[in-house]
Design a protein around this ligand. Structure first.
Ligand SMILES: O=C(O)CCC(=O)C(=O)O
Ligand SMILES: [Fe+2]
Length: 202
């Protein structure tokens, strides 16, 4: 739990980018319903990535949704976006209303427990464009989300609550890395949705 209610207008970063944490944006019962629906209905698959020339299958599972005819290439693999489910479309509409941004795709991540996380990275692929807004919605177990400045090494962390929204905007992806650290304390699953605006469908 965050001790103070989130202020969506407060910038969590001291410089070189904008991160707004809205806290929970769905009533708890609706957030529970979305979590169960996402766990059951999404065709979760292990992610295949190329790292240091090796083919790696991740422990966490992923799925990719978007407006029709999107394909997306990263780390040497090409993915085809699935069409929005009614629940994802509803979540997207709520996020678009709060952020004032339109999104055309979403990467879903399933962390089965605290033994799974995401390493330091930034979402700065050329397909996303510069100064893109990424809206991150979390359901299930609360996990720490950390940002680290590429040059100064300064870090900022926030606990992402069940049903919460975090926005990364402006120059954030150019100057800051982010990660979801592994933790022994968490034994329950978490689903994260990152809504993105890709430059074009192919
Ligand atoms: O799970 C999260 O909160 C972060 C996910 C993320 O950084 C990504 O999908 O690029
Ligand atoms: Fe990311």
């Amino acid at each position: 739990m965050n001790l103070f209610p989130a202020d969506p207008d407060e910038n969590l970063l001291p410089a070189d980018g904008i991160v707004h944490y809205h806290g929970p944006i769905f009533p708890p019962q609706l957030a529970d319903r979305y979590l169960h629906n996402l766990l059951e209905d999404i065709p979760w698959k292990h992610d295949e990535v190329r790292m240091y020339g090796k083919h790696i299958t991740t422990a966490r599972k992923v799925a990719w949704y978007g407006d029709s005819n999107f394909s997306y290439t990263y780390s040497g693999t090409t993915k085809q976006a699935l069409p929005w489910t009614p629940e994802l479309a509803a979540i997207k509409a709520k996020v678009e209303a709060l952020s004032g941004t339109r999104f055309n795709s979403c990467l879903l991540n399933l962390y089965h427990d605290g033994g799974e996380g995401m390493a330091w990275h930034s979402d700065d692929e050329s397909s996303l464009g510069k100064n893109t807004t990424i809206a991150s919605v979390s359901f299930g177990a609360e996990r720490k989300f950390s940002l680290k400045h590429r040059v100064t090494g300064e870090t900022v962390s926030v606990e992402l609550e069940h049903g919460s929204l975090l926005e990364m905007k402006g120059a954030t992806q150019s100057h800051w890395l982010h990660c979801v650290p592994k933790t022994k304390k968490v034994t329950a699953p978490r689903v994260n949705l990152t809504f993105r605006t890709m430059k074009q469908g192919r």
